[in-house]
Design a protein around this ligand. Sequence first.
Ligand code: PMT
Length: 213
Amino acid sequence: MNLLVTAGATREPIDPVRYLTNRSSGKMGYALALAGQQLGHRVTLISGPTSLDIPSLVDFIPVETAKEMLEAVKLNIGAQDAAIFSAAVADYRPSFISDRKIKKTTDSLTLELVRNPDILGSARHQFKYDGILVGFAAETENLETNARTKLRQKECDLVVANDISKKGIGFDSDHNEVLLVYPEHTRPIPTESKERLAYTILRAVDDLRVEGG
Ligand code: PMT
């Protein structure tokens, strides 16, 4: 099958030196891309900047900002059988990007932020994508309820929910513990390596494809 994966953090520039980002290392998304490639799928990996090796034999599309990731998803999603959104996209970006380095001339500095596009939310609603759609949910409370809200609002087939307040899993860890949240039920997956979890998620995607005919 054709599989699209988004991975890593986006970077939202403030000036030529500084940017806003988050703690995503890209490990989860790269593990999904590698597992997909090893299972014989044709993988398109759309990734924010990471320090990871690019898995060989995947179509690799590097991006920096959420807007660039949106454009890359828009161009590529139509050809996919399944799309997994594991990237940690910045929800906000500076409303103004200074083309010169901002000097420290004042004691305080106010940064105005504006909403970024919701890429996962655009898949069904704007891009009319009708393949298998898997989102992630990074939550610090009400894990299952919040994931279920995302599942419904973004019309996903599955949401992979991780509690990012727990130590040793989630952002920048080699392991993760997740809930696989489906429209009708939830399946807890105990802590395992992101490599193993990638295979678990891809098996879940396969099952969804079989169920969907
Ligand atoms: O990269 P690692 O260090 O391995 O860490 C893995 C991870 C913690 C980043 C990963 O497991 C994870 O939880 N990814 C989703 C992070 C996130 O931003 O979650 P969210 O609940 O804010 O977003 C919900 C979903 O919408 C996600 O699928 C996200 O990719 C997507 N999204 C969010 C905002 C936005 N503007 N566009 C999006 O597409």
